[in-house]
Design a protein around this ligand. Structure first.
Ligand SMILES: CC1=C(CCC(=O)O)c2cc3nc(cc4[nH]c(cc5[nH]c(cc1n2)c(C)c5CCC(=O)O)c(CCC(=O)O)c4C)C(CCC(=O)O)=C3C
Ligand SMILES: [Fe+2]
Length: 401
């Protein structure tokens, strides 16, 4: 492919951005509470601007409350940051990693201020979210856009973002290993129960989102070619890629279901919920399930509560064997692949990217670096669309990958 970077915008006709001399990496994540006193302030941050009363927030806080008010997400991100730093050192890439969250300390605005104060001017962001969509992609870009505006750093600190990485071997490979292990585990459980040939179903699960968000995800010309919404299509592509790498799963039935629905009951979200689906599988004669949490890069509260607690309990009640595949976390292949994404973008001494090629093992990939105007946009209550990080909403249209 010819690398014709339009000098007006700095990216080519495929939405691939020209390599740049980035001087720091920003690991951007959701953030979570670290004690009982943090829980309500954290939930106020997540639901900011929607005026949800504290009593209602208390109702959705039970999973945090039961875990001492602590979400595992911050510890996971500290570990990921350390692993990314070690991988950079091992590859001789001299870039510091900063960490900033959307909803809890260290917050993104204070992190970008610190990066600027410490002399950084060109930042490459990795978010802990692999797919396209408002919550998983655009909201990160908006929060960076607002942070730069609010700190007065707009035009002074450049922040770009690595491409969404659902399709990469980095994201998919850890799930392949986990699926093979969990299948063996469920087989052993069934053998123990005297049902060694019982039917096993592979249950891929992701975060449900409002159907309106799912329908708004991605560029219109690409979405028009799909037979589902883009969010669902990307997850189905990941499921197929994982299955293709696990011979032991050949011939097993598989499915994509959803978890962690929230919000008002009258607003439609993607379905079926995992717990409803499990009941149906039981009725259809399934003996055990392997749950593959492809919606998350690490063990968030949603994984520990909605899957390891609720879905596991549902299986116990129904008499279904259950095992949950690990999330990528700090798996060596995941960490190394995140630095591959950085290496695709960072200019070396010769001006070329440190790594050529864009690894991709799932349909719909590789994703683009630069989003089309209003990609995954959500119109706010006041009728406006929020700003996103500089140079990311393109001025000229780029075609689908
Ligand atoms: C797609 C998606 C991801 C994956 C992409 C990504 O990783 O970014 C994600 C991640 C996460 N969501 C998280 C927590 C919450 N999400 C909420 C609410 C919502 N999520 C939504 C979607 C997603 N969410 C949506 C459409 C809503 C409702 C509207 C809204 O409120 O925007 C609420 C509000 C209370 C409630 O309604 O339950 C909470 C507390 C945590 C932290 C977990 C921890 O602490 O370990 C993480 C990683
Ligand atoms: Fe969420």
């Amino acid at each position: 492919m010819s690398q014709a970077f339009d000098p007006r915008v700095g990216y080519d006709e495929n939405g691939v951005m020209a390599p740049k001399a980035y001087d720091a990496i920003l690991l951007a994540s959701f953030g979570g509470p670290e004690g009982q006193d943090d829980v309500i302030p954290f939930l106020r941050n997540v639901t900011a601007g929607r005026g949800i009363p504290d009593e209602r927030l208390e109702e959705v806080s039970h999973h945090y409350r039961k875990n001492g008010g602590v979400s595992p997400i911050n510890a996971q991100n500290r570990a990921l940051k350390a692993a990314l730093e070690a991988e950079l050192v091992a590859r001789g890439i001299d870039l510091p990693v900063y960490w900033g969250n959307r909803n809890w300390a260290p917050y993104i605005p204070e992190t970008v201020e610190r990066m600027y104060a410490e002399g950084h001017r060109k930042v490459l962001m990795i978010s802990t979210s692999a797919y396209s969509g408002y919550s998983s992609c655009r909201q990160y870009r908006e929060d960076l856009g607002e942070a730069l505006r609010d700190t007065g750093l707009e035009g002074k600190l450049e922040v770009d973002k690595v491409r969404q990485y659902f399709d990469t071997p980095a994201f998919v490979a850890p799930f392949m290993e986990g699926l093979a292990d969990s299948l063996a585990e469920v087989r052993a459980q069934l053998a123990q129960a005297g049902n060694p040939d019982g039917e096993i179903k592979v249950v891929f699960v992701t975060h449900s989102i409002p159907t309106s968000d799912a329908e708004a995800a991605g560029p219109r010309d690409l979405v028009a070619k799909l037979d589902t919404d883009l969010y669902t299509a990307q997850h189905l592509a990941v499921a197929d890629a994982i299955l293709a790498g696990v011979p032991a799963a050949a011939g097993l039935e598989h499915t994509l279901v959803f978890q962690s629905r929230s919000g008002a009951p009258h607003i439609p979200w993607l379905e079926p919920d995992i717990n409803d689906a499990l009941e149906e599988y039981k009725e259809a004669g399934v003996a055990g399930v392997v749950v593959v949490p492809i919606g998350f890069v690490s063990d968030h509260m949603e994984v520990l509560w909605d899957l390891d607690t609720e879905a596991k309990d549902t299986c116990a009640e129904l008499g279904l064997a259950f095992h949950r595949v690990p999330t990528p976390g700090t798996h060596a292949k995941f960490v190394s692949g995140m630095i591959d994404l950085v290496s695709e973008r960072v200019a070396g001494a010769d001006g070329n990217a440190l790594k050529s090629g864009r690894d991709s093992v799932a349909a719909l990939g590789p994703w683009f670096d630069v989003c089309r105007p209003n990609c995954c946009a959500k119109v706010m209550r006041d009728g406006t669309v929020k700003p996103t990080i500089a140079a990311v909403d393109s001025e000229v249209g780029v075609p689908s990958p």
